[in-house]
Design a protein. Structure first.
Length: 124
């Protein structure tokens, strides 16, 4: 038997592991958001708030996933183009790297605006 804060009483451990309605209230530090916030909290200055650390984590994750997808897409374009069309591979590679870094700047701004839009209070 374990003490459950959601049910305000004891609950068997099997029922606790199978029940998803409480959203793991007894384990608040086990969630990935809490672990990432704690890790980022060690890297940023002491005056930062947990909300700003959470925003930084979401921006970083959104940026990493988006940049990874763009990089994967450009890599596939490079492989397809170099296999079908006989062009200078070094020149093609340089062009695609420049496109990637230009898109990385845009991805960073869009990720930042996306997180700001998600965290802004609803109007009206």
């Amino acid at each position: 038997m374990a003490s459950c804060p959601a049910y305000a009483g004891p609950i068997c451990s099997l029922c606790c592991s199978l029940d998803a309605r409480c959203h793991d209230l007894c384990k608040p530090h086990a969630r990935i958001q809490a672990q990432v916030s704690e890790a980022l909290g060690k890297l940023v200055p002491g005056r930062s708030t947990p909300g700003s650390i959470r925003s930084l984590g979401i921006i970083s994750a959104c940026f990493a996933v988006s940049a990874g997808l763009v990089g994967l897409t450009l890599g596939l374009i490079y492989l397809q183009t170099s296999a079908t069309i006989h062009v200078d591979d070094l020149q093609l590679s340089n062009v695609l790297w420049k496109v990637f870094f230009a898109l990385t700047i845009i991805i960073g701004v869009v990720a930042w605006l996306f997180v700001l839009a998600q965290q802004s209070p609803p109007r009206g």
